[in-house]
Design a protein around this ligand. Sequence first.
Ligand SMILES: [Zn+2]
Length: 132
Amino acid sequence: MPGLSEKQLQGFDQRLKKRRDELREIIRDELASTQREDYTELAGMVHDVGDESFAELLRGVNLTNRARELEEMQDIEAAIERIKNGAYGTCVECNDAIAIERLDAYPTAKRCITCQSRHENRRGGRDATPSL
Ligand SMILES: [Zn+2]
């Protein structure tokens, strides 16, 4: 059972959306400063598209300098989606509630701490370093 109250969910929702807006600005600036016509056009569209299609819009855009931001953005979109459909705060692997302290530190967390460390161990040394 998810142990989050409506109020807590709203709090996370607000935090995630605030961070998403920040990332949106960073990505928009990056697009605008990229000297390519199609990117400039994308930058202009960023504020016009709906929340869901923003990630869609950026799919396939090769912003190597902003890969980290794009990845975080996708995590945030996914977390907001989970809030909407009631899955937020529940581990995707074992269906246990994710500790509120963990969510507080990582609002995009989709695994409980147990499954997360298992997940990281499974990836082993080969993938331990970030691919950036
Ligand atoms: Zn779990």
